[in-house]
Design a protein around this ligand. Structure first.
Ligand SMILES: [Mg+2]
Length: 307
C-alpha cells in the first residue's frame, strides 16, 4: 500500500521522514494530503524490509502443504475419541479441509488421514506469488479456524476443551510421478497405521490384553500376521473395515449436475415452476486408492502435463 498511494491524515505537527532527507509539513486547515508512490518518502526504518527472506517456491513444481495436528495424541485422549478411529473427528478434519479448498485458490487435490491433511496446489499456481510462508499460514489458519468453527456439527454438546493447533510444511514436487508417489506414501502410511491400530485395539478392547501386552504381541509382526490375528481371534476381516479408515479421504473438484426449481413467466401464460439443470464444480470426497494408476486415469484433469 505504501508503495502506491498514501493518504496521510494531517496533524498539527511536522512529520519528518526519510532520515531527514524529506520534510513533509502538514497544513493545519486541510485534513488530507495525497502523496504518490514515486515521490513517497521512506522512513529511515525502511531498510528492515530487506531482512525478509525470499521463500518463493520453485516454478513448475507442485506445491504440497501438509498440516499435522499438534499433540493430537493428548487431544484425542482429552476429547474421548473412539479407538482406533473416531468418525466424528475424521469428519471434522475433512469438513475443515473442504473449507480450505473452497476458500483458497488453486488446490487441485487434498488427501487426509488421522490428524493430517495434505493440500496440493497446481504447479502453475501463482497464488501469493508462490510465497511458501503465505501459502502455509493461510492453509493452517483457515483449517484451524474451521476445525473450531464446525466442532459442534460433529461433537454436539461435547465441549471443545482447549484450542487445537496444526503445524504446516511446504514440499515441492517437480514431476507427476513424484506427486503420485508422495500421495501413495501418505496412503501407505494410513494403511500401515490403521492395520496396526485395528489389531492393537481389538486385542485390548475384545481380547482383554493390557496396552503393553498388546504392544508386545504385535512386535515384529508383518501385515499378514495382523490380518490373521484379526480374523482368527476376533472374526474381523480387515478388508471389510470401512474404506474411510483403510484408505483415508481424497478431496477433488468434480462437475456435478444440480437441479433447482425456478419460477418463470412466459408471455400470455401463468407463472409456473420449472426444473432447471445446471452443472457446477464441487469438492467431492472419495475413499479410494491413489496408489496405482486407476484413480489418475479416471481423473486426468488433476495433473498438469510434465512437458
Ligand atoms: Mg500429529
Amino acid at each position: 500500500m505504501w508503495k502506491h498511494l498514501v493518504l496521510l491524515r494531517s496533524l498539527s505537527f511536522t512529520w519528518c521522514a526519510g532520515g531527514g532527507d524529506v520534510l513533509i509539513k502538514s497544513h493545519p486547515r486541510r485534513s488530507f494530503h495525497l502523496y504518490s508512490g514515486s515521490t513517497m518518502a521512506k522512513s529511515k526504518f525502511e531498510y528492515v524490509r530487506n531482512f525478509e527472506t525470499d521463500d518463493t517456491c520453485l516454478r513448475n513444481c507442485y506445491i504440497v502443504v501438509r498440516l499435522d495436528g499438534r499433540n493430537f495424541h493428548r487431544f484425542a485422549e482429552q476429547h474421548s475419541f473412539a479407538k482406533p478411529n473416531d468418525e466424528r473427528a475424521l469428519g471434522l478434519m475433512t469438513h475443515s479441509a473442504r473449507t480450505v479448498m473452497e476458500e483458497l485458490e488453486d488446490i487441485m487435490i487434498a488427501y487426509g488421514q488421522s490428524d493430517e491433511y495434505s493440500f496440493v496446489f497446481k504447479r502453475s499456481s501463482n497464488w501469493f506469488k508462490r510465497r511458501a510462508s503465505k501459502l502455509v499460514t493461510h492453509v493452517a489458519s483457515q483449517f484451524s479456524s474451521s476445525y473450531v468453527f464446525h466442532w459442534r456439527d460433529y461433537f454436539g454438546e461435547q465441549p471443545l476443551l482447549y484450542p487445537p493447533g496444526f503445524d504446516g510444511r511446504v514440499v515441492l514436487y517437480p514431476s507427476n510421478q513424484n506427486l503420485k508417489d508422495y500421495l501413495s506414501w501418505r496412503q501407505a502410511d494410513c494403511h500401515i497405521n490403521n492395520l496396526y491400530n485395528t489389531a492393537f485395539w481389538n486385542l485390548v478392547q475384545k481380547g482383554g490384553l493390557s496396552t503393553s501386552q498388546a504392544e508386545e504381541k504385535l512386535k515384529g509382526t508383518v501385515a499378514a500376521d495382523k490380518n490373521e490375528i484379526l480374523f482368527s481371534e476376533f472374526n474381523v476381516n480387515y478388508n471389510n473395515e470401512p474404506s474411510l479408515y483403510r484408505k483415508g479421504t481424497v478431496l477433488i473438484w468434480e462437475k456435478v449436475n444440480e437441479t433447482t426449481m425456478k419460477q418463470v413467466r412466459l408471455p400470455n401464460e401463468e407463472e409456473k415452476e420449472v426444473t432447471v439443470m445446471r452443472s457446477r464444480s464441487k469438492v467431492t470426497a472419495h475413499h479410494c486408492d491413489v496408489i496405482g494408476e486407476q484413480f489418475w486415469q479416471q481423473h486426468p484433469e488433476i495433473l498438469e502435463s510434465d512437458g
